[in-house]
Design a protein around this ligand. Sequence first.
Ligand SMILES: C[S@@+](CC[C@H](N)C(=O)[O-])C[C@H]1O[C@@H](n2cnc3c(N)ncnc32)[C@H](O)[C@@H]1O
Length: 378
Amino acid sequence: MSPTAATASPQTPGHTLPHEHNRSGASTPSRPLRPVHGRGFSVQLTGYDKHLPGDDLEQLRLDIQHNAVRLNLGGLFTCPELVRAALAPRDDRRPTVLDIGTGSGAWAVDMSKEFPHCDVVGMDLVEPKAGQSGNGLPSNCQLDVGDANTYVNLQPEASFDVIHKRSAEPGISDFHGFLYDCARTLRPGGVLLLATGSPQIYDRQRNPFPVVDEGETGFTHTQRTFGAVYEASLKTGNYNVHHAFLWDDWIRDNPNFEHIEARFDYVPLGEYELDMPAAKKEAAHKMRVAFSQILNSFKPMLVLGGMDQDTADAWVQASIEELSHPETFPEGYVRWRYTTAIRKDTPFIARTDPSAPVDHSKLRIVVPKTSGAPFFSD
Ligand SMILES: C[S@@+](CC[C@H](N)C(=O)[O-])C[C@H]1O[C@@H](n2cnc3c(N)ncnc32)[C@H](O)[C@@H]1O
């Protein structure tokens, strides 16, 4: 994606690293929020403006979710040996990390603490909570406000050793091109980390709960509400939610990447095993809280997608009530998808063609009861 005149003028970022300042594409930190059905949303029209809010309540939820995911995974990233090699201390410069769509800034802050010899830059459409004055941001962490659709491409070539993006894909319009932007901006040998969670519950055998009607076997309010949230994404025109299905193939086709590894991590929503380690129990508890809270955060999108406010309130309330009784809720897991790729040690090859058009009718994140073979919902 090429820089546009509208976003190319650099302004002062919220926090300046000793080694970096006025990063291109960063704007003033206090960006206003737009009210949508009782919540504050980004004013930037990226698709995320109709997806989830960027207000304080949502950023508090993101902190809880971040800790659930970290505890379940046992760390901040997959393929730790690759990340640690890319970030090994060196004499010539400080290794640098970019976190795209950093949200509250929790991952960026934790990375800056785990790697004090590195500089960590987090960026988001809205000002991250961790960057607000008085929050004691580590001196090796900078948080910028900007739009990843242009920001990444505005950074100098080969300027980051690790690029991380978790759950920001609904706001990235051309993810195929974004992967080229990341490849250009990563140093040869650098690591790309992609992650996302799914608004879909899985059973112990890792099969998705289908959306079934009230009164039928297997009905849960929570799965029905997530089904409605997903339909609302599509009704509001945000097909970017499907990028997670496609990015592994797009990375494999990208001549700049190698050593691609993809895996899932399933975070339990309850204490299903007697000998569950303490960290997993805590992850389960936090994931359930974050899962309940995201339903409230998705309410405006349900209404934007055509549901009346009273129904949205009732469905969300019933789901939250259900999740607050894990002893009666069926055994369920939230799936997190992780993909790691290494930037090849060769000169950057720019994109020549955009991706082939995607048939979104063949992709399903949330599975209706009638679904079967025609849908790709791996
Ligand atoms: C679900 S939150 C995840 C936040 C964080 N990565 C985490 O995992 O805790 C997605 C974040 O991506 C941000 N985002 C979405 N589209 C973006 C874009 N085009 N540029 C920058 N940030 C974006 C949103 O503002 C939001 O804070």
